[in-house]
Design a protein around this ligand. Sequence first.
Ligand code: ADP
Length: 471
Amino acid sequence: MPKARHLTIAAKLTVWACALIVVFFATSAYLFQQVRKDAEIAGLMVTENHDLDSAIQRMLERLYNVQNNIRRYRILGGDQAAVGFIVEDLTRFGEILNRTIEKHPRYADEWRELTSEYQITLDPANTPGENLTPDDTVSDWTDILEQSLLDNQADTEARLTQLRDAGRHAANVGMYGLAFCLVVGVGGSLLLAWTLNRSLGEVRRGIRELGTGATPRDVRILSRDELGELALAFNAMAARLRREERMRADFIAMLSHEIRTPLTSVREAVDLIGSGTFGAVNERQKRFLDIAEKESGRLSGLLSRLLSVSRMETQELELNPERVDAAGLVDAALERLAPTARGADVTLEAEVGPGLAVTADPAHISQVLTNLVGNAVKFSGRGGKVRVSAERSGDEALFCVRDNGPGIPEDERERIFLKYYREPGVRDSIDGAGLGLAISRRIVLAHGGRIWVESEPGRGATFRFTLPATA
Ligand code: ADP
């Protein structure tokens, strides 16, 4: 068998699952990193901006107090209590200033002027009161700090904007990642299901056809995976079955032909002896000669059926469809089988809708009716009744052959249409080769019709088939 495997179903599934996992992990990793970055920015806002903000506010508060107390000292003309407050506030201010610079060293540069002036102001050599901090120096300091406060607020705002943008971007990436996973997931599963179903459908069709007993046909190879391999294996099996069927048909044809020639000689000899050509034949001899003639006649009929099946298998059925009167077809079949029915004590009845005509090959359809009516007579038994009817049903003509014989069990109803199949219950008791229904089905299908059986076991069987009706 040629090697067809390209990418196995398992490999296709793995690639598809890997693509999903990669996108999922990439999206998650990005989101995780983004969350960490956001947490960092939020942390900075708390530890840096908020802390700085409150420190500057407290320093400003002290400086505003100092300014108020300087004014009070001047208005009251050297109030010592005010000096105490000034020293107190400046000391607290200095503490906060040093702590803040320690925590945020980048302000050491920015506040260099402020720190150096502050050191001079609070020089232990200077006595408070004599060397009070000038009003405009404090005012300069508040200006510097207010500017720093504004800068810090601007910095906070920038970080907030950064946070908002990062959040939006993360939401977008998450959404695209999710959408991609959804599209790849749903689209991939649909595509995979479609391709698998397409390839499987072909094999399923082939197997179903095989089940109907038709000559197996090759199926199309639609993929190069395990299902493609299955289709290849099926085609190899179908080819083998076709070969074997042809060999069997050839063998049957050859055998039938080989038996038919001597059988004809036997029949002619029996006929000649029976007709008294070689001298008088007594009653007893005549009885045995009649049996020999009947049996050789049966053999000859069986050979004809075998031959027609083998011919049908090797050749395409050649149809010469024409407009045929349904009543004529039914009457001819009943006429042909009347002697057999009389011999079997079976009554034949016909009922055909007026003016019903079909487009069909009359010789072939006669064979179908003969097979079905012949079976009905054969299986009805003595005193049985066979009713043949034909009526219009839409664009079709529906033919029915009903008997009141033993009927057919449910699980046998499909199988009886297979070649050489005979129900186990009748194999030993009733004559036949299991070919009549197979031939009939082949003919009906070739006409574009359908054939099936309905039966109530114990109460008879009804075979129905359709043919295209003529307008
Ligand atoms: P044959 O009649 O030569 O055996 P067929 O192909 O005509 O072959 O029929 C196949 C089988 O279907 C028969 O052997 C029989 O088991 C079943 N069958 C056909 N027609 C009838 C019927 N009218 N009633 C019961 N069984 C039937």
